[in-house]
Write a protein that binds this ligand. Structure first.
Ligand SMILES: *Cc1c(COP(=O)(O)O)cnc(C)c1O
Length: 221
C-alpha cells in the first residue's frame, strides 16, 4: 500500500469516528508519529501537506530536525534530565512532562536559550497497568505548580497513553481535563488516541490523535 492510500484510509476512519460522535473533523489534529521511520517517508508525508511530526527519542528527532528544517517535531517520549537542553533546541513542542524537577530544569534552560516551547503534561492514571511514564493524578498539582504561568513553557494540554482495552480510561482523561480547565481558568487540549484506539479517544473528546503505524506502516527497527 502506498503512503497516500494508507493516509486516505486513516482519514476515512477518523471521519467516520467524528461523524459517529457528531464532531467536526476540522477540530481534531492528526499528528503523524514518525519514530523509526526513514526520512524519505517523512518527505513524502510533507509533500502531502503534513508539517508536524511526533518523535519519541531526542537524538532521532534532533537528527531529523536537522535534515528537515522546514518541519516541526513534537517530543512524545520520556525525557531525561540530561537531554532537556537538546529537546528544547530541536523540538517545537514537548508532550511528556511528568515531574517537577524536569519542569524546573526546562524553565531554566528555556530562559537561557531564549526559546518558547508549548508543553503538555503526560498523565498516567493507571500506573498499575502501564509503565510508559507520566505523572499520577496525585502528582499533578505539584507539576502544575512548578509550571506556574511561565510564558516560555505555555501549557497546552494533557497527553496520555491509556492501557489497551480500557475505553473508560479516555473518559477519565476527559473528566480530568474538564476539571483542570475549570481550576486553571484556561483551555486545555487532550492528546490521546493511537493507531489501535483512535475511535474511542475521539468519542471521548480527544483533540489530537498521535498515529504511527496506521499512518506510515510498520516501524523499521
Ligand atoms: C509510538 C507512539 C505513538 C504511535 O503509536 P501507533 O500505535 O504506531 O499509532 C503515539 N504516541 C506515543 C507516545 C508513541 O510512543
Amino acid at each position: 500500500m502506498s503512503l497516500l492510500q494508507r493516509i486516505e484510509g486513516l482519514q476515512a476512519r477518523i471521519q467516520r469516528a467524528c461523524e459517529a460522535s457528531g464532531r467536526d473533523p476540522a477540530t481534531l489534529e492528526l499528528l503523524p508519529v514518525s519514530k523509526k521511520q526513514p526520512v524519505a517517508l517523512l518527505r513524502e508525508a510533507a509533500a502531502l501537506g503534513f508539517t508536524r511530526f511526533g518523535e519519541n527519542y531526542v537524538q532521532e528527532g534532533a537528527d531529523k530536525a536537522a535534515t528537515l528544517p522546514e518541519l516541526a517535531f513534537v517530543l512524545l517520549g520520556p525525557l531525561q534530565r540530561n537531554k532537556a537542553k537538546a529537546a528544547l533546541q530541536h523540538f517545537a513542542e514537548l508532550q511528556s512532562l511528568d515531574r517537577p524537577e524536569l519542569v524546573e530544569r526546562l524553565r531554566r534552560l528555556a530562559e537561557e536559550l531564549g526559546v518558547v516551547r508549548p508543553v503538555w503534561i503526560q498523565v498516567d492514571l493507571w500506573d498499575e497497568a502501564t509503565k510508559l511514564g507520566g505523572c499520577t493524578g496525585t502528582g499533578l498539582p505539584a507539576l502544575i505548580e512548578a509550571l506556574g504561568d511561565d510564558a516560555r513553557l505555555p501549557l497546552r494540554g494533557l497527553m496520555a497513553i491509556p492501557p489497551p482495552d480500557d475505553e473508560g480510561a479516555f473518559l477519565q482523561m476527559a473528566a480530568l481535563r474538564d476539571r483542570l480547565q475549570q481550576d486553571l481558568g484556561q483551555p486545555l487540549l487532550l492528546s490521546m488516541g493511537m493507531s489501535d484506539d483512535l475511535e474511542a479517544a475521539i468519542a471521548a473528546g480527544s483533540d489530537q490523535v498521535r498515529i504511527g503505524t496506521a499512518f506510515f506502516g510498520e516501524r523499521s527497527r
